[in-house]
Design a protein around this ligand. Structure first.
Ligand SMILES: [Mg+2]
Length: 225
């Protein structure tokens, strides 16, 4: 897989490095797994485009799987706002944490190392992402962002490909994404800790549903110790 700049993690290099050091660990998704991105988005989208059903971010995701499908945010302007929010590095710095994800992730890091952050945010959002992770004292690890040649709509497919490529050095991921699970092939041997949403998607034996971050910690302990 190619990379455009030195700041961008080369996935093949990461694999080599992990292999060399015989390091096996977990990947973490960021949006709505570590950061409550949907909360920030819904607050802003409500101000601009209204929210007549008065649904919270979690209620919208539970009902529609992703914010983009909420009828009140389905218009072109709202979609453009989301596209900009997703791609602007500075926006990432203002996102709230989801629960106490930072504290729990540091506990998990002592059980099984966090070896990368794997996000479908675009490359140009990497600096804001890095600052946000540092601000909240998340463990230091490379950030893998979606390359320019992969369209957002194909982000989950790309993520699946990366996870398969990096296995067994990346032995699983904590992720909230409905579409990651939907696109995950049955032959993926890693463990998917499915955070918070979409309990109904945790059907495969290596997909473990976690109702909150405390539960993620518990399930990681069960799986890795
Ligand atoms: Mg996510």
């Amino acid at each position: 897989m190619r990379s455009q700049s030195r700041r961008i993690v080369k996935i093949s290099k990461l694999k080599e490095k992990l292999k060399k050091s015989d390091l096996h660990g977990l990947a973490l998704d960021i949006d709505d797994t570590l950061s409550f991105t949907a909360l920030y988005w819904v607050e802003n989208l409500t101000k601009k485009f209204g929210n007549p059903d008065n649904l919270t971010a979690s209620e919208i995701i539970n009902k529609y799987k992703i914010l983009q499908r909420y009828p009140h945010f389905k218009n072109a302007q709202a979609q453009a706002w989301m596209k900009k929010a997703r791609s602007t590095s500075r926006v990432q710095e203002f996102l709230p944490l989801i629960e106490n994800s930072n504290h729990i992730v540091n506990k998990i890091n002592k059980i099984v190392p966090i070896v990368c952050y794997l996000t479908i945010r675009p490359e140009r959002a990497i600096e804001g992402t890095r600052k946000w992770l540092e601000k909240h004292n998340f463990p230091k690890a490379p950030i893998i962002t979606r390359p320019r040649y992969v369209h957002y709509s194909k982000g989950s497919l790309w993520k699946v490909k990366v996870l398969k490529y990096l296995f067994p050095y990346v032995s699983g991921i904590v992720d909230d994404s409905y579409s990651l699970i939907a696109n995950m092939p049955n032959d993926y041997k890693g463990t998917v800790f499915l955070y918070y949403y979409h309990q109904d998607m945790a059907k495969k034996p290596n997909h473990i549903y976690c109702k909150d971050w405390k539960d993620v910690l518990l399930k990681v302990k069960e799986r890795f110790t």
